[in-house]
Design a protein around this ligand. Structure first.
Ligand code: AMP
Length: 278
């Protein structure tokens, strides 16, 4: 695997590969890699000849300074995992390599509800930060296909819209959520959970499964009420649990074909999100 930290070196190598008509698959991450991230690399490997991963902890998408400061950065371990997985290029720039003119968010595009509801409401400006970095990375990498995880479902809708508008030649792939044995969605933040929090973390997926199992029957509203109750009890603090239209994220209160349940909780000091298509 080639490790590149410099943007110009990165784009020069990409240009060389593109001249050879090599199909480039791109997996952007913030590192602290786990099996969920590596599954994206596997999907990219299946569809593309050159697999590029980026590791960049994007400061402008964090709302809470301590979350950014405490974000895990085990880069040596990440490099080893990517080598084992057969990744071809790792782009791992420093912050000032990407934000040459300072930490400025691009908020020029309007994504409507997709960036204002749910995560957008709880983390104002978060998606502007995500869109800014994703645009920059797409411009540098010029991928043919990109691979994102359903774990960040709202992010997927935003990126899909960005691609339709600004990068129509990129193929967008949404990949399934990888989970721990107890159902907890894998996340770089999970290492912050205490043993006790880890033990009860299975409730998050369990309530989503309950909703799915009761979808199409009148019992789903009871399941939703129960779920909200379970995830409101300490040490859980419920931020939202919503059943929404899977394309628009508008809240729904009746059975619909294309629906999704999305949840965000604080478990102790750790913020966790998850979702399930109903
Ligand atoms: P992050 O490093 O958290 O920004 O995530 C990088 C990519 O990995 C995003 O597209 C995430 O949606 C995806 N991802 C994170 N967790 C998982 C998971 N448990 N299963 C599959 N993909 C994931």
């Amino acid at each position: 695997m080639i490790l590149i930290k410099n943007s110009q070196t990165f784009t020069a190598l990409i240009k060389e590969e593109k001249a050879k008509k090599v199909k480039i698959g791109f997996v952007p991450t913030m590192g602290a890699l786990h099996a969920g991230h590596l599954s994206l690399i596997k999907f990219a490997r299946q569809k593309c000849e050159l697999v590029v991963c980026s590791i960049f902890v994007n400061p402008i998408q964090f709302n809470v300074a301590s979350d950014l400061a405490n974000y895990p950065r085990p880069i040596e371990n990440d490099i080893q995992l990517l080598v084992q997985e057969g990744c071809d290029i790792l782009f791992h720039p420093e912050v000032d390599e990407i934000y040459v003119n300072g930490l400025v968010k691009d908020s020029s595009s309007n994504f409507g509800n997709l960036t204002h509801l749910l995560e957008g409401a709880i983390r104002p400006g978060h998606f502007d930060g995500v869109v800014t970095i994703v645009k920059k990375l797409f411009q540098l990498c010029e991928p043919d296909e990109v691979f994102f995880g359903q774990k960040d479902y709202q992010q997927c809708l935003v990126i899909e819209t960005l691609i339709q508008r600004n990068f129509p030649n990129i193929v967008f792939n949404i990949c399934p959520i990888l989970r721990e044995e107890n159902g907890l969605a894998m996340s770089s933040r999970n290492i912050r959970l205490s043993a006790e929090e880890r033990k009860i973390s299975h409730h998050i997926y369990k309530v989503l499964k309950d909703l799915k199992d009761n979808w199409q029957t009148q019992h789903w509203e009871i399941a939703l009420k129960n779920a909200r109750h379970i995830l409101s009890e300490a040490p859980f603090k419920l931020e939202y649990l919503c059943v929404c239209n899977a394309k628009t994220l508008d809240s729904i209160d009746n059975f619909e074909d294309n629906a999704i349940a999305l949840v965000a909780v604080q478990l102790g000091n750790t913020r966790l999100i998850d979702n399930i298509l109903l």
